[in-house]
Design a protein around this ligand. Sequence first.
Ligand code: NAD
Length: 280
Amino acid sequence: MSALIIDGKAAAAELREEVTREVALLEEAPGLATLLVGDDPASEIYVRNKRRLCVKAGMRDLHRHLPAEISQVELAEIIDELNADPAVTGILLQLPLPKHLDAVDLLARIDPDKDVDGLTETSAGRLASGVTGLRPCTPAGVMRLLDRAGVPLAGANAVVVGRSNLVGRPQAQLLLQRDATVTICHRYTRDLPVICRRADVLIAAAGVRHLIGRDAIKPGATVIDVGIHRTETGLCGDVDTAAVLDVAGAITPVPGGVGPMTIAMLLWNTVEAARLRTAA
Ligand code: NAD
């Protein structure tokens, strides 16, 4: 039997509608400040999409496009200004930054209560200790997809391939919080397929095209493919989808799986930041 295809586009559209309804309930529309430094074409497209969907959901677009040659001090001052501005609910610093800028230092400057990307150390600490906070968008989007597909997590064996701060680590924390038994694999892991084959829920976030083949899938497993790779024939992921389709129970496609959820979660986080501020 062929695996159920988990439809990330439909899930993202539903989540954006939910965000639009939530925004309408707030006294004041949240404001999202996206910071784009320089003219990297891929980053420009990402930021344009984020801004478009932010406005569509009824939020205010407080975008700043900054010159590539801006200094560390000048950018830090802009972040401080946005931190202090009550009209700004969420701040997103689009990465990568030009080489002369220190992204770690600048991210650390963002007020954790406005950290809608969930990437500051404080947000990571809040997640690790299981307290309220803003969660990184991609792994949070994966959790939404799993819930929408009705995948049981308590007691399930979950294997996360990848341990980046952006995806793998927060993904593992989120699964742990939902009582899954979590294994994290990385580039030094031995016998990767053997470990993956134990997974009821397998999350592939290694950034290696077709790393996960048929030999890594337990029959009936739910497979979430976070990887994105551009090829001559279009986008593909970390999973060799065609090879695993008749073994897996459910799988996210690339494109149309995890990708669309990431921006929708950013919008969700902006509403969440507004709500947390009101509650504080
Ligand atoms: P990264 O390079 O920062 O981290 C990759 C991780 O995978 C590392 O922890 C590394 O140890 C591990 N790894 C590398 N090779 C491995 C191997 N052979 N076996 C096991 N583990 C291995 O990447 P990232 O930022 O976490 O992104 C991972 C992938 O997800 C990329 O393809 C990226 O484009 C994609 N991504 C997609 C979205 C989305 O919205 N869909 C968002 C973020 C990242």
